[in-house]
Design a protein around this ligand. Structure first.
Ligand code: NDP
Length: 331
């Protein structure tokens, strides 16, 4: 069985030499455990943070140990009650072909309800992030004008569509290519979208939202956050979900220069972690499954084939090579 190890802590952009694909023995599962053949594993932006040796909300990856992350696979041997050979499970031991998983950390998923990869994206962690970040953290209400960055990604594409489904008066998205911008408007029903590489974000946002915005869902930080603060209306709300523009920065990055606007506009800027919102899971699944079944909610996935391409999938994600959820397929 092959598995990815972090062998050096990246400085700036991760380099191939910081990672190694290594062989590991496959063993029979111990008491209360299952052996899972992984079919898909997730690469996510937060993993960049776990490559640094700093105290954070998740502990750093250990050097010369298998990396971790969301995965879906098939149970091929079981030594645990309630899980049988042939069951499909979602668990946290990705970045490897075979995983020895404690049963309490494996959640059974149903391949007949949705494609298994969906449990890593639209019906999984990134979908819940969008749902909780918009409806709970940003206190979204009908009639709001919503702006989301990273809008063609796994989280952002769902934020924009969910806002439309719940009665946003206008939804604006930004993304890093003209194709992605086209997708936002033509397939996902955004009212306006722009390519942040084509000109200053503040100007493009002002044009797309002439009457300002009420909610900003931030996946990017930096110039996007500053532009959003300028365009936010009185009592506007910001969900700070991610700041991917600075994950590979080697120096602290400057904050928004217009932060003082927060006072007069009485803005609320709120960080979030999806793990705090597990209580929303049943309602999230019910809503999203319904929207998927009716065809009202759309999603894309970008598959990278083969465990040997795991590192490239991860850096490709940071470079924007994905549309929708980036997934490594081992099937
Ligand atoms: P995405 O599917 O959105 O993939 C990342 C995208 O970021 C890329 O496709 C790329 O798209 C964009 N990007 C990369 N660099 C930049 C840049 N410098 N400026 C603007 N955009 C950039 O990933 P996710 O949907 O999984 O995650 C989106 C965000 O949400 C991330 O910031 C992530 O850390 C955060 N997150 C936070 C969670 C939480 O609990 N707080 C949970 C899950 C995700 P493009 O081509 O448009 O540049």
């Amino acid at each position: 069985s092959r598995e990815w190890h972090l062998v050096a802590r990246p400085h700036g952009w991760p380099k191939a030499e910081d990672f190694a694909l290594r062989e590991a023995p496959v063993t029979a599962p111990g008491e209360g455990r299952v052996l899972v053949r992984n079919l898909y594993f997730s690469v996510d932006p937060y993993m960049r943070g776990r490559m640094n040796d700093v105290k954070s909300y998740t502990p750093p990856f250990k050097l010369d140990h298998p990396m971790e992350g969301g995965a879906v696979g098939e149970v091929i041997a079981s030594n645990a009650e309630g899980l049988a050979v042939g069951d499909h499970v979602l668990h946290g031991l990705g970045w490897r072909e075979y995983a020895d998983v404690p049963a309490e950390h494996a959640v059974k998923v149903d391949a007949s309800l949705a494609p298994l990869s969906a449990y890593l994206g639209v019906l999984g962690m990134t979908g819940l992030t969008a749902y909780a970040g918009l409806f709970e953290v940003a206190s979204f209400k009908e009639g709001d004008v919503v702006f989301v960055s990273g809008a063609a990604g796994a989280v952002g594409s769902q934020v924009g569509q969910m806002a439309k489904l719940k009665g946003a008066s206008r939804v604006i998205g930004s993304a890093g290519s003209d194709e992605k911008v086209k997708l936002l408007v033509e397939e996902y029903g955004f009212d306006a979208a722009f390519n942040y590489k084509n000109g200053p974000v503040a100007e493009q946002l002002r044009e797309a939202a002439p009457d300002g915005i009420d909610v900003y869902f931030d996946n990017v930080g930096g110039e996007h956050l500053e532009a959003a603060i300028s365009s936010l209306n009185l009592h506007g709300r910001v969900t700070v979900c991610g700041m991917i523009a600075q994950y590979n920065a080697t120096e602290p990055t400057p904050g928004p220069r217009n932060l003082a606007l927060v006072i007069g506009k009485r803005l609320r800027i709120q960080g979030m972690l999806v793990g705090d919102h597990a209580a929303l899971q049943p309602q999230f699944v019910q809503d999203v499954a319904g929207w998927l079944a009716s065809g009202e909610l759309k999603y894309r996935e970008t598959f990278v084939e083969g465990i040997e391409n795991g590192f490239d999938a991860f850096t490709g994600l940071l470079r924007g090579e994905n549309t929708g959820k980036m997934i490594v397929s081992l099937a």
